[in-house]
Design a binder for this molecule. Structure first.
Ligand SMILES: [Zn+2]
Length: 278
C-alpha cells in the first residue's frame, strides 16, 4: 500500500532530522580573528570556523585564542555576518524595516563576505547561500548594484567570479530599466575596465529583457534560474542538466523564460540550497 505523506507526517519527519546539535559540534576550543585597520577582534569556536572550508581549517587548526589571524581587508560588518552564519547556519539578508543606509551597508557587507569567501576558498555551499542573500537583498529594496560597488567587487576578485557575472548582468538590466537615469559612472567604469567590459558584453549576448537577475525564479518568467549564480561541485547532476562549468553557470543553457515544462523537469536537479526553501 502506497504510503501517503501528509502535512502532519512531514512535520514529524522534519522534526526527526539527525543534524548535530550546535553544542556538540562547536567543541570547547576558541580561536581569535582581527579585522581591518582597527583590528576589531572576534573570538570564535575553532571547530565552527574550521568546518567552513579546508583552507580555513588549515589556517586555524593549530591556532590558539591568544594568537589571532589578521584579515586587514575585511571589516567588522563582514565578520558579524560570518559569525551569524557560523552560529545560526543562516546568512542574513536585508531587513525591510532598516534605513536605506543600513540596507546599503548590509548589501555591501554581503558582497564583501562573498569576496572573502572566495579568497579563503570557503565551502561553495556557504558562498551560494551568500549569493542568494545578495540577489534577494537587491530585489527586496528594488535596487541594482551601483557602479561604485561593482568597481570595488572587480578590484578584489578575479575573472570568472560569479559575483562579477551577477554585477555585469545587473548593470545591463539597470540600463534597460524604464526608470533608468543615465549613470555616467557605468560608462566611465566600462571604459577603464577590460574585464568588466568583457563580462558586460557577454551578459549582453545572453540577456533576456524579461528576466531580472535578482529574481530567483523557477519558471523563468520574470527572473533567472535559481542556481544561475551558484557554484556546484563538478560531479553534480545539475552540471549535466543545466550546463554549468566548475566556475559557474552558462546562462545560455538554462531553462528558457516561460519553458515551464523544461523548468519543472529540472526542479529535482536544483542544488539543495534552493530546494530547502521551496
Ligand atoms: Zn544551486
Amino acid at each position: 500500500m502506497e504510503k501517503k505523506t501528509t502535512l502532519s507526517t512531514a512535520l514529524v519527519t522534519a522534526n526527526l532530522d539527525n543534524a548535530p546539535l550546535l553544542g556538540d559540534s562547536m567543541g570547547y576550543e576558541m580561536v581569535s580573528v582581527t579585522v581591518g585597520k582597527g583590528r576589531h577582534m572576534f573570538t570564535i569556536h575553532k571547530n565552527l570556523i574550521c568546518a567552513t572550508g579546508s583552507n580555513l581549517g588549515k589556517m586555524f587548526s593549530t591556532r590558539k585564542v591568544d594568537d589571532p589571524i589578521h584579515f586587514p581587508s575585511e571589516t567588522p560588518g563582514v565578520f558579524i555576518l560570518f559569525v551569524e552564519y557560523l552560529y545560526k547556519n543562516t546568512v542574513p539578508c536585508v531587513s525591510a524595516t532598516s534605513s536605506v543606509t543600513a540596507q546599503a551597508v548590509r548589501l555591501r557587507d554581503l558582497c564583501q563576505l562573498y569576496v572573502f569567501g572566495e579568497q579563503v576558498e570557503m565551502d561553495i555551499e556557504i558562498r551560494n547561500k551568500v549569493m542568494d542573500s545578495i540577489q534577494d537583498g537587491f530585489r527586496s529594496i528594488n535596487r541594482f548594484p551601483d557602479a561604485n560597488l561593482v568597481q570595488c567587487i572587480y578590484g578584489r576578485t578575479k575573472p570568472g567570479c560569479i559575483l562579477r557575472k551577477f554585477c555585469a548582468l545587473s548593470l545591463l538590466a539597470k540600463v534597460r530599466a524604464p526608470d533608468y537615469i543615465n549613470d555616467y559612472h557605468i560608462t566611465t567604469w566600462l571604459e577603464s575596465n577590460v574585464d568588466g567590459f568583457h563580462d558586460f558584453f557577454e551578459a549582453l549576448m545572453k540577456f533576456n529583457p524579461h528576466q531580472d537577475p535578482r529574481v530567483r525564479d523557477l519558471e523563468g518568467k520574470t527572473g533567472i534560474w535559481p542556481c544561475a549564480f551558484h557554484i556546484h561541485p563538478s560531479e553534480a547532476k545539475v552540471k549535466r542538466e543545466v550546463g554549468i562549468d566548475n566556475k559557474g553557470v552558462d546562462i545560455d543553457k538554462m531553462p528558457n523564460a516561460g519553458d515551464q515544462a523544461g523548468s519543472s523537469a529540472k526542479i529535482s536537479e536544483l542544488c539543495h540550497l534552493f530546494t530547502e526553501s521551496i
